[in-house]
Design a protein around this ligand. Structure first.
Ligand code: SF4
Length: 698
């Protein structure tokens, strides 16, 4: 490249983890540019606007370049002022030791689905070995935990897509439920587009006519929160019409009779009454899926973020199994992960109930295996702790966490019922946040640590297909900025446990490989060199001479008997339904230009052309006297937030949609409800009762 150095790495944002090349002029080390890798097998030269502008994060003027501490220790109304790393680590260690006076579980960690596998692994180990605390969970609990739980129950393995993205282009029918990749991960659309161009029938289920739905052959717009009834209704029709695959059910599954009994009362007209989807459309969907020589059902957050999200994902799995899809070529069930390391982030131990390799923390054999790798007594390892929101909701209470260490997560924007979350954070004795910018959560902290970001770090990420990728360092972090592995090692050393930790990513990854060996997510055979040579390696990969596993379930499922499990699924109304005071349904989601809590993308000028909006149908807008671009207050039982009105016919007449990328006065999560799914403990972000009123003109 002459005067440039080019490093092949991956976009910092979503689970596509598009392959990019970061080009660094030798004359100006921080004036980096980015371009897509034409030959990378997922994005194949594609990038979205977020990826194209990602290098703006590296030299952004808001970048944190030094640790910050309170000018008056313990007083969060005092200013955050620069400190040295030894000073900041000293404050953190002192606060941890003080909180441990209330018991080891009084110190907690909160991780993120954007952390590399090495960091996620190290954070889980840090909580169990350095803090010896049960209190650790992460923001992935808000993101994909319901379909992960359902996948584990049904298939014995949770891998978002059990096949490569390219299989989507081969499927003759695709049913996509509650996902909008055309806006959230545009490079993935090349596979959908190729399938459609080849004559495949695509069906999208979404209360909005999204960009993805607009290109589909059929769009179903159910009332938010009724997907389980919809899936049960489709299975009912498939059974009644005699299009289920009896041989597959007999040879490869268990539990069909109970699942069939559970859908026997989901007559099409009843399902139409519950969901609002016309019977004719229900019949069309079943006919398309049954007639196709290959078909897949894909789900995303829209179907999962409900108080019955796990059972809803299971209902879609039941339909896929009844039609004989999982394990067949260009067919099956998959779920589209959102966060950059949404897949790897839930495999290596930062979940409350989990050890590396997707092992269970309450399994004696798993504890013994991992304890041996870590060089500790299995008896020392804590038992499973509380899930993310349950931990947050007890912060600062008797028996709850009193000192919280947050990595790569902006909880006060991304957790449900944000005002309640802010109150709980304020009740802590001590809060530490590691981030690249001063997020809304970091602004509440006692100590803020500046951390290295994507192009400045070495490590691995696992994309939505289960393909393990190498995040390569293109340039060093700015002076004064350390990596989270270094910060964790320094804190552990301050606690007298530093001997258990390394801050070298390769050393940590090699340890992760040993800890995961023999587990569900087995990385034992994956090395940085293999990833580089093979453009990523799919887990499970139990040995260095194993080719990796792009496609799961061709011969057997991951359950003890090798059969996939049907489970009966019962429908219940959402915990909040419209009332006189709150006559509409509120749902939340993403927009193309922003990512997650917006802590990064809101700072990039090229991405700020869209602000916080509330989408509503013209009929609803007329009913409340709102015109396009008016300022509207949206109200729920928990809070109130302001948005600019986006009035169009691409949404149900009873539904309001707000994106969740903003905090403060436009916080979508000030409105959402923290009703938790009983199995995954995922909150019901996607549905609550709301009202709206005009508060200002355009
Ligand atoms: Fe980055 Fe995702 Fe956009 Fe690809 S699709 S460029 S990974 S944000």
């Amino acid at each position: 490249m002459g005067s440039m150095s080019a490093t092949r790495t991956h976009c910092p944002y979503c689970s596509m983890q598009c392959g990019v090349s970061v080009n660094l002029p030798r004359t100006g080390p921080r004036a980096a540019t980015i371009e897509p890798q034409e030959d990378f097998p997922t994005n194949r030269g594609g990038l979205c606007s977020k990826g194209w502008t990602a290098t703006s994060l590296l030299d952004h003027p808001d970048r944190l370049l030094t640790p910050l501490v309170r000018s008056v220790p313990g007083d969060r109304t005092s200013a955050l002022v620069p400190a040295t790393w030894p000073e900041a680590i000293g404050v953190i260690v002192t606060a941890i030791e003080a909180a441990q006076g209330h018991g080891r579980d009084a110190v907690g960690c909160f991780g993120g689905g954007g952390l590399t596998n090495e960091k996620a692994y190290q954070l889980g180990k840090f909580a169990r070995v350095a803090l010896r605390s049960a209190a650790i969970d992460y923001n992935g609990r808000f993101c994909m935990s319901s379909s992960a739980t359902a996948g584990n129950r049904a298939f014995g393995i949770d891998r978002g897509l059990p096949f490569p993205l390219s299989d989507i282009a081969e499927a003759k029918a695709v049913l996509l439920v509650g996902g909008n990749p055309a806006d959230t991960m545009p490079p993935a659309m090349q596979y959908f587009d190729a399938g459609r161009a080849a004559g495949a029938v695509h069906i999208v289920v979404d209360p909005r006519l999204t960009s993805t739905a607009a290109g589909a052959a059929l769009h179903l717009a159910p009332r938010p929160g009724t997907d389980l009834a919809l899936a049960n209704g489709l299975l009912h029709i498939a059974i009644r019409d005699g299009v289920i695959d009896h041989d597959y059910i007999a040879e490869r599954t268990s539990g069909f009779d109970q699942a069939a009994a559970a859908v026997s009362s989901f007559w099409p007209d009843r399902v139409e009454r519950i969901t609002g989807v016309p019977v004719a459309q229900l019949r069309q969907v079943v006919a398309h899926l049954a007639a196709a020589e290959s078909a897949m059902i894909l789900t995303a957050r829209g179907t999962e973020q409900h108080r019955n999200g796990t059972d809803t994902a299971q209902a879609w799995i039941n339909l896929a199994l009844a039609l004989g899809l999982p394990g067949r070529p260009a067919s099956g069930y998959g779920t589209i992960t959102g966060q950059g390391n949404g897949q790897g982030g839930r495999e290596h131990g930062q979940k409350a109930d989990q050890l590396p390799g997707y092992r269970k923390l309450d399994d004696p054999a798993a504890r013994a295996h991992v304890a041996a790798v870590w060089g500790v007594d299995p008896e020392e390892l804590p038992q499973p702790g509380l899930s993310a929101f349950e931990m947050i909701d007890r912060l600062g209470t008797a028996g709850g966490v009193r000192a919280l260490l947050v990595f790569a997560s902006n909880i006060v924007v991304s957790a449900p019922d944000a005002n309640r979350v802010a109150a709980r954070l304020a009740a802590l004795d001590f809060l530490m946040v590691s981030d690249i910018f001063l997020s809304e959560t970091a602004a509440m902290a006692d100590v803020v640590l500046p951390t290295a970001q994507w192009a400045e770090e070495e490590g691995t990420m696992t994309n939505l297909e289960g393909r393990v990728l190498h995040r390569r360092r293109a340039l060093p972090p700015p002076p004064g900025v350390l990596d989270d592995l270094q910060a964790l090692t320094a804190i552990a050393s301050g606690l007298g446990r530093g001997q258990y930790f390394s801050d070298d990513p390769r050393t940590v990854f090699d340890e992760l490989r040993r800890a995961s060996a023999g587990g569900i997510a087995d990385y034992a055979g994956i090395t940085y060199e293999r990833i580089d040579d093979e453009q990523g390696v799919f887990w499970p990969c139990p040995s260095t001479d194993h080719p990796g596993t792009p496609r799961l379930f061709a011969d057997a499922f991951g359950t003890p008997d090798g059969r996939a499990r049907f489970l009966p699924t019962e429908y219940a109304e959402p915990s909040e339904v419209p009332s006189r005071a709150f006559p509409f349904v509120l749902t939340t989601g993403r927009t193309m230009a922003q990512y997650q809590s917006g802590n990064q993308t809101r700072r990039i000028r090229a991405l700020t052309h869209t602000g916080p909006t509330v989408q509503m149908h013209p009929d609803l807008a007329r009913r409340i006297g709102v015109g396009a671009d008016d300022i509207v207050a949206v109200l729920t039982r928990r809070g109130r937030a302001h948005f600019r009105a986006q009035v169009d016919e691409k949404i149900r007449r009873d539904t309001l949609f707000v994106p969740f990328h903003w905090g403060g006065a436009s916080s979508a999560n000030a409105l959402t409800e923290a009703a938790l799914d009983p199995h995954s403990r995922m909150p019901a972000f996607k549905v609550c009762a709301a009202n709206a009123e005009r508060i200002g003109g355009a």
